[in-house]
Design a protein around this ligand. Structure first.
Ligand code: M6R
Length: 366
C-alpha cells in the first residue's frame, strides 16, 4: 500500500500534485475560471451576510485555518477569527446567528473540534465544515461543507490533507470575492491560473528531494530549530516547525519573522538552524533583513527561496528553491520542502515517522 515508498508520510508528500488537483477538480470551470462549490450553494447568502466567519480547528488544520483567515480577509473582505477548538469550546465565546463557524478537520473526528461544532450550533450560528473523511461525524453534524478529496491519510503527520485544506480555503475565498466583487477581474484570473499551475510546480519541487535530504543530513543533530515567515508564510513556518517536532522530536518553534526581535532572537547562536520562508513577495526585503539579523549572530539559515534568487543564495547556508507564483498560492508550494526536510531528518535520526511516539492519527480524547 505504500506504493514502493519507505513510509506513508513520504508517499503522501509525493501524492500532493494529484491530491491538490483532486481538491479543485470539478470546482473550477476552466472555460471561464468560475468557482463552483455545489454543497455551499444553499448557504451562500448567509455566508455573504455573516458579520464574521470563525474558523475552528486543531493542529495542522489550525494552521490551514490561519491561512484561510488571511485569504478570506484579503480577497473577500469579511472579518475572520481563528480559534483553537480546545479554547473556543471552553471559553463561552460571543456567538450568534449572524456568525458563520467553519470547522476544519482532516478526520472529522477530533473531539475538541466536534464539541466546538456542537456548541456553535447551540448558539444558532451556521456551522460549516472542511473535512477529508467522507461520512465522518463532522460531515454529518455540520449544516454544509466542502470535502477536501485528498484520499485517506495514514501518516500521523498531516501533509496532503493540509495542502488540500489550503486549496479548498483558497477556492472558498475566491468564490466569496467573486460574489462580493472585492477583487479586480484580472487579479481573480491570475490567482485561478496560478492555482491550476500549482500541481506542476510541486512536481518540480519534489524533484529536488535528494538535495533536501542532503541538507537534512547537515542538521540532523540539531537540538532546537526556529522557523520564520511573514504574511501567508507565517502559518507555513508554524506548520514546518510542527512537522519537525512531531516526527523528529527536535524542539522547533515557528514565529512571525517580525516577532523575532521581541524574544526568539535570544535563541540564535552558531548551533541553531533557522528555516526562513523567503520567496520573492511583498515582504521579501523585510525577510532579508531578518536573515541578516540571524546571520550577524552566527545562526545557520536555511532559506526557502524563489528559483534563481542569487542574492539570498550568497547570504545563507542552504537554499530550498521553489518556482515563482502568486503570493496566494505560495503556501502550497513552500510547505512542500519543509515537509520533506522534517521527513528526512526524522528518518536519519531513526524515528518512526508514520507513528510518532505519544501521538494518534485522530485525537478523540478531550
Ligand atoms: O483530523 P484533524 O484535522 O481534526 O486533526 C487535527 C490535529 O490533531 C492534527 O492536524 C495533528 O496536529 C497532526 N498530527 C499534525 O501533523
Amino acid at each position: 500500500e505504500k506504493n514502493g515508498y519507505d513510509h506513508f508520510m513520504l508517499k503522501e508528500i509525493f501524492e500532493q500534485p494529484e491530491t491538490i488537483e483532486a481538491s479543485f477538480r470539478g470546482r473550477i470551470n476552466t472555460k471561464n475560471n468560475e468557482i463552483i462549490l455545489g454543497r455551499l450553494t444553499d448557504v451562500m447568502p448567509r455566508i455573504l451576510e455573516a458579520q464574521r466567519i470563525v474558523l475552528i480547528a486543531c493542529g495542522t488544520s489550525w494552521h490551514a485555518a490561519l491561512i484561510g483567515e488571511y485569504l478570506i480577509e484579503e480577497l473577500a473582505r469579511i472579518p475572520v477569527e481563528v480559534e483553537y477548538a480546545s479554547e473556543f469550546r471552553y471559553r463561552n465565546p460571543v456567538l450568534s446567528s449572524n456568525d458563520v463557524v467553519l470547522a476544519i478537520s482532516q478526520s472529522g473526528e477530533t473531539a475538541d473540534t466536534l464539541s466546538a461544532v456542537r456548541m456553535a450550533k447551540e448558539h444558532q450560528a451556521m456551522v460549516l465544515g472542511i473535512c477529508n473523511v467522507v461520512g465522518s461525524s463532522m460531515s454529518r453534524e455540520t449544516d454544509a461543507g466542502i470535502y477536501t478529496h485528498a484520499g485517506s491519510e495514514i501518516g500521523v503527520a498531516s501533509t496532503k490533507a493540509f495542502t488540500a485544506q489550503v486549496t479548498v480555503l483558497t477556492l472558498l475565498a475566491l468564490r466569496l470575492a467573486r460574489l462580493k466583487q472585492t477583487i479586480p477581474e484580472e487579479r481573480f484570473h491570475a490567482i485561478v491560473t496560478d492555482l491550476l499551475a500549482a500541481p506542476e510546480k510541486i512536481r518540480t519541487i519534489l524533484q529536488s528531494s535528494n538535495h533536501i535530504q542532503y541538507i537534512a543530513n547537515k542538521y540532523r543533530d540539531a537540538v532546537n530549530a526556529l522557523y520564520l515567515g511573514r504574511g501567508y508564510l507565517f502559518p507555513v513556518a508554524l506548520e514546518g516547525a510542527l512537522k519537525l517536532k512531531e516526527i523528529s522530536y527536535i524542539h522547533a518553534e515557528g514565529y512571525a519573522a517580525g516577532e523575532m526581535k521581541h524574544g526568539p532572537i535570544a535563541l540564535i547562536d552558531n548551533n541553531i538552524p533557522v528555516v526562513v520562508v523567503a520567496p520573492k513577495d511583498r515582504y521579501y526585503e523585510k525577510v532579508v533583513s531578518n536573515i541578516q539579523e540571524v546571520k550577524a549572530r552566527k545562526g545557520n539559515v536555511i532559506a526557502v527561496v524563489s528559483m534563481g534568487d542569487n542574492r539570498l543564495k550568497g547570504m545563507v547556508n542552504d537554499v530550498l528553491e521553489i518556482p515563482e507564483s502568486d503570493p496566494i498560492v505560495t503556501p502550497l508550494l513552500t510547505v512542500i520542502p519543509l515537509q520533506l526536510f522534517a521527513y528526512y531528518i526524522a528518518v536519519l535520526r531513526g524515528c518512526d515517522v508514520d507513528q510518532p511516539r505519544n501521538l494518534a492519527k485522530s485525537v478523540t480524547v478531550e
